[in-house]
Design a protein around this ligand. Structure first.
Ligand SMILES: [Zn+2]
Length: 154
């Protein structure tokens, strides 16, 4: 019986330890998913900027230069912009890729530019629907937070 009690005490403390480690791993997993989202967002932002610049360049040259000539942001990808302004119905992008509208991180209160994603959600004969999501990335806490979203039908 003594041995059995020892095993019980031992397993109890081991289990407690393991559970702590599992919780720690879960937090790390969440953090890694958040960082992945941030990384993909920044990569997407850089890609949009590149495509828009290339398409403007070719339009100015008035001849077909490359595949980005007819780039339609959000049509076949998720496009990202800084936000110029927003209200309950609309989120307006700043097309020059410079920070414009600022917000404060809800948690640490540091100032950060408002960003948006823009993508076609539905393409149908009755009309296309576009989704815009305004969000910010807190550089201090490495978090991405949605502010608001809007759907537009054309
Ligand atoms: Zn913050």
């Amino acid at each position: 019986m003594k041995t059995l009690i020892q095993i019980l005490e031992n397993s109890n403390s081991k289990l407690k330890n393991l559970e702590q480690n599992i919780r720690r791993l879960e937090r790390l997993k969440e953090y890694s998913e958040e960082l992945t989202r941030i990384k993909e967002t920044i990569e997407g932002f850089k890609k949009t900027e590149y495509k828009v610049r290339e398409s403007l360049k070719s339009r100015n040259l008035k001849k077909k230069q490359n595949d980005y000539d007819y780039y339609d942001p959000g049509k076949y990808d998720v496009a990202y912009f800084y936000v110029k302004s927003m209200n309950d119905e609309e989120i307006i992008p700043n097309l020059n890729f410079k920070p414009s509208l600022m917000t404060k991180c809800a948690k640490c209160k540091s100032e950060t530019p408002v960003l948006m994603s823009y993508t076609q959600a539905d393409d149908s004969p009755e009309g296309d629907s576009w989704q815009a999501v305004a969000f910010y990335i807190c550089c201090r806490l490495k978090e991405i937070k949605t502010i608001t979203s809007s759907n537009r039908f054309l």
